[in-house]
Design a protein around this ligand. Sequence first.
Ligand SMILES: [Zn+2]
Ligand SMILES: [Zn+2]
Length: 123
Amino acid sequence: MLDELCAAGSPLGAYEMIDRLAAGTGKRPAPISVYRALDFLVENGLVHRLASRNAFMACDHGHGVHEPAIFLICDGCGSVSEVTSQAATQSLRQVAQSVCFAPRAQVVELAGLCARCHGAEPR
Ligand SMILES: [Zn+2]
Ligand SMILES: [Zn+2]
């Protein structure tokens, strides 16, 4: 399952995942078992869930489960990249602590245009 996500390099919905697994193994897995496996991967920080796309993406940063992931999602070409930021990690932690909130998932999604789509070179 993780192999499929890593190979995709882009977010996959649960049903796209089922299609890929079926194509790879010739057997169509039950959605419930795919969702369970995805939940497990998400809980262990190997995969992130993108709420705005209802899709899952493999994490290649190897950051801790409790580190926030920041996704830059391009409206133009649909590319998604994950970045991490020490400063953002600290700010999110402070915000949560200030209201005694215990975060479960820390996923920040920024929607917009990637460098290619708005014609700028990345700095
Ligand atoms: Zn990540
Ligand atoms: Zn783009």
